[in-house]
Design a protein around this ligand. Sequence first.
Ligand code: PLP
Length: 380
Amino acid sequence: MMKIATKFIHAGAEPDPSTGAIMTPIFQTSTYVQQAPGVNKGYEYARSQNPTRKALEDAYAQIENGKFGLAFSSGVAATDAVIKLLQPGDEVICGNDMYGGTYRLFTKIFEKFGIRFHYVNMQHVSNIEALINSHTKLIWAETPTNPLMNIVDIAAVATVAKKHNILLCVDNTFASPYLQNPLDLGADIVMHSATKYLGGHSDVIQGCLVMNDAALREQLYFIQKSCGAVPGPQDCFLVLRGIKTLHVRMQRHCENGEKIAYWLRNNNKVSKVYWPGFEDAAGYAVAKQQMRGFGGMISFELQNDSVEEAKRVLSSTHLFSLAESLGGVESLINHPASMTHASIPREERIKNGLSDSLIRLSVGIEDADDLINDLQQAIG
Ligand SMILES: *Cc1c(COP(=O)(O)O)cnc(C)c1O
């Protein structure tokens, strides 16, 4: 099998058959001319098929070691498609520490259609098993979790899911396929917000699903074309380009992440650092086994545990831009309680360990010394 660097650069890429263009063209078209009614080149209407999207969908499959990829207009649109596999009365078990937009989609949109969601601490597989009944149809796992960087043992959850004939979907956005491949560990579906590391340059919104089972692919493709949350060809082109440098970017995200995690940990104004690469982190052993590195996402709390102090630090960085999102080449700083996770009720958040003063970093690929100097002057 091809090594990762080769795979990421060549994934999905075939020279354009009509011109030899090495980069897949942006097929900015809504429809395709047919030779006779029903006689066509496999492309009928661009909601159903587009060649730029097809190249990207093949790339998604290859970088996740899967058979089939599907591209969606956003990460939440990809999640939405997975939940549409279900029927009223079905139940889903998901993590209690996950992306706020996923929580909002589940609680505010799908609950009213009669689907039930149970939120548990997935670090303990027994918590999942305790909730399984004949209505359980899907386990939705995110690892590392957002924003507390907890680790879920994908292989262990997959074993439980298989035993009970339940689908397992893993949101692999934080790790990226460079660090972790859930299908290899037994998951049925991998989901990404390609907006983050896959695109990598903070210039596109997109999501994807990757799977191995052909029947599951047919169901999800049917949902994709019937509901219509497809990305445009220009966005597909941007993600295709982003994937080519994913391994190089991720290496630097990991290196910078490690330096900053240890620097924060040794700073006496910082009380707690959440990063899965610390040997004493609860999920370290599992992370070491299922990931190839620990990534550039870090959260921390200050000794002075007030929201005001957190807000002061959040407003004082120059290189770390105060913004939602993550996974781009530039560093970002974020306040989950008021930004990315504001849609989770405060009580719920606090109960799950997400404090009002937690700060989250998406460490970019700038020079680590410059990033540390920036944090130093902000933390003071
Ligand atoms: C951003 C994100 C999403 C949602 O993706 P969009 O592209 O913003 O729709 C889902 N899961 C995780 C972990 C994310 O970070």
